[in-house]
Structure formats: structure tokens, C-alpha cells
Design a protein around this ligand. Structure first.
Ligand code: C2E
Ligand code: MG
Ligand code: MG
Ligand code: MG
Length: 288
């Protein structure tokens, strides 16, 4: 009855109920302006060898230095860019910065591979292969220095062109990685026919898997799939000691997560690696 609606309108959740976090999603014009005005900045997160802790590479994660709102995370603008025909411009900004940064690190004597994230929309045109190949040459690096991570976040109409683009990129010797494995769409299974080098098990199946049988079985199934297909496995979202111990005993190849390092600005990576490399022997607890 009427009284009830009044009751509901005036109802307030008790203080112990957290209100849902309000996440601002930006409009296409804002995102376009961010790209044009070079407000996008790359952060980088280390990827380490699980067996010995050695730093094998870093993953490029874009952020938006918003003049008013501060540091804005990709889930607030990547989808907008994908939906509004802006993702190619965005990806080119990210790639050109990441590749010149790769050159700087390699020249400084660091041995690492730099990963960048691609949207399926980037793979919709055959020209993309030429763009990435030229960008690497211009930066003075080779495809072998680069890992291209692909996520299928939404259903794709046709995989014909993306599969051809990925094949061509692999033939150029770029490394290919399947990102967020276990969360995408089933058509990604078709991509398993492609020469992927790496499979990243989504963080949802890693963090907490040590104490959750269901997560643990999906995690293990993903790992054995990677093994059977000759791909390196990466555990994402290693957040604590329990996750780290769990993935170490699982035989996973690489690990990434807050337990190791958070994504950081480019100029912090060199010092972080030097420190990590000096300490990693102590940080790795032996299996037995
Ligand atoms: P992703 O490629 O799967 O990247 C991993 C995400 O997990 C990153 O979030 C990273 O900061 C976060 N992460 C890393 N370690 C941990 C951990 O231990 N615990 C938890 N809870 N999270 C962790 P971020 O930077 O917010 O990026 C989110 C997604 O946005 C990325 O997921 C990627 O799909 C997309 N993205 C980021 N940069 C780009 C880009 O340049 N282009 C495209 N197309 N997508 C991008
Ligand atoms: Mg990724
Ligand atoms: Mg991922
Ligand atoms: Mg993701």
C-alpha cells in the first residue's frame, strides 16, 4: 500500500552496510580529449618467474591523469573508447609510449619483455599488424621484446580478421598472450588454434584459490591446458603469501600481483627491479 512506499523512500541502510561505490564513467568526448591532450600515462607492473623470482617483464597498464579527478583507472574509460571508435587512437598512444620506454630499459641493460593490452577491436583491421611492426622498428626494438595481451571482453561478430591479424603478428615474432583466461567468451576457444605463447589465468581464479576447491580446480585446469598447448602460464592477482605459496606449488611459470608489486610509473621500475633482484633470493622460500 501507499504507506509502504513512503516507508521505502525514507528507508536508509544501517551504517554497517557500505553504499555501492559510485564509479564515474566518462563520455566519449572526455575520452577523446584525454587521448588528444596526452593525458594518458602508462603504468607498469612486474611479471616474475615463479621458480626463482627473476623479473621477466612488465605489463603496461594505462591510466588517465585527469586534471580534476586525479588518476582514473582503465575500467572507467577503455569500454567507452571501444564503443566509440577511439580504441585504435588510444592503443597507438599506449604502444608508442610503451615501445620507447622498452628501448630505454633495454639500453639501460635490463633484460625484460614489455606486455601491452589489446582490445579485440584493435584486431579488426589488417593494417594493425603493419602499425605495430613499424612502431617497434621506429622505437628501435624487435618484436621479440614485446608481448601482446588479448582479452575478449565481449562477444565478437566474426573472428576471421582478428585471427588473421594475430597470426601475422606471431609470424613477425611478437609474443601473444591470452589475458583473463576463464572469464571471456567461448569464441576465444577458437583462438587456441593460434600460436599463443602465454596464457594468463584470471585473478578471479588465483586469489584465494588455495582455500577454495572450486577456484582451485579451474585454476589447475587452466594450467594443464596451457601446458598441453605448449604455452607459458601466468597467475594474475597474486595478492598474499597464501596465493604465492599456492601458485609456487602448482608449477605455474610466471606470477603477477600486489604481493610482488603494484603497477607503478615508468621511472620507478628500474629502481624496483634492482632492489627486487638484490633481495629475491631471500624472498623466495624454498619448496622443501
Ligand atoms: P588486465 O590486463 O587483466 O590487467 C590486470 C589488472 O589487475 C590491472 O588492473 C592490475 O592493476 C590489476 N592487478 C594486478 N595485480 C593485482 C592483484 O594482486 N590484485 C588485484 N585485485 N588486482 C591486481 P587495471 O590496471 O585497473 O586494468 C584493468 C584492465 O584494463 C586490464 O586488465 C586490461 O584488460 C585493461 N587495460 C589496461 N590498460 C589497457 C590498454 O592500454 N589497452 C586496453 N585495451 N586495455 C587496457
Ligand atoms: Mg593484461
Ligand atoms: Mg588479466
Ligand atoms: Mg582484466
Amino acid at each position: 500500500p501507499k504507506d509502504l512506499s513512503i516507508l521505502i523512500d525514507s528507508w536508509e541502510p544501517p551504517s554497517y552496510v557500505n553504499p555501492p561505490a559510485v564509479k564515474k564513467i566518462y563520455g566519449a568526448d572526455d575520452v577523446r580529449a584525454a587521448i588528444v591532450n596526452h593525458q594518458l600515462v602508462n603504468y607498469y607492473q612486474p611479471k616474475v618467474d615463479v621458480a626463482n623470482g627473476k623479473v621477466m617483464g612488465v605489463e603496461t597498464l594505462v591510466r588517465w591523469r585527469h586534471p580534476q579527478d586525479g588518476l582514473v583507472f582503465p575500467d572507467q574509460f577503455i569500454g567507452v573508447a571501444e564503443d566509440n571508435g577511439l580504441i585504435n587512437d588510444l592503443t597507438r598512444e599506449v604502444i608508442s609510449d610503451a615501445f620507447s620506454q622498452t628501448k630505454i630499459w633495454l639500453d639501460a641493460g635490463l633484460s625484460l619483455r614489455v606486455a601491452v593490452n589489446l582490445s579485440m577491436e584493435n584486431l579488426d583491421s589488417l593494417e594493425f599488424t603493419d602499425y605495430v611492426t613499424t612502431a617497434a622498428a621506429t622505437a628501435g626494438i624487435i618484436p621479440d621484446d614485446i608481448v601482446l595481451e588479448v582479452t575478449e571482453s565481449r562477444l565478437i561478430k566474426s573472428l576471421t580478421t582478428p585471427m588473421e591479424v594475430l597470426t601475422r603478428l606471431r609470424l613477425k615474432r611478437f609474443h601473444l598472450s591470452i589475458d583473463d583466461f576463464g572469464t571471456g567468451h567461448s569464441s576465444l576457444m577458437q583462438l587456441l588454434d593460434l600460436p599463443f605463447n602465454e596464457l594468463k589465468v584470471d585473478q578471479g581464479f588465483v586469489h584465494g584459490a588455495a582455500s577454495n576447491e572450486k577456484l582451485c580446480s579451474i585454476y589447475n585446469a587452466s594450467l594443464s591446458l596451457a601446458q598441453q598447448l605448449g604455452m607459458k602460464s601466468v597467475a594474475e592477482g597474486v595478492e598474499d603469501q597464501a596465493d604465492w605459496d599456492f601458485i609456487r606449488s602448482s608449477g605455474c611459470d610466471l606470477a603477477q600481483g600486489y604481493y610482488i608489486a603494484k603497477p607503478m610509473p615508468a621511472d620507478e621500475i628500474h629502481d624496483w627491479i634492482i632492489k627486487w633482484e638484490a633481495n629475491r633470493v631471500n624472498l623466495i622460500t624454498p619448496y622443501d
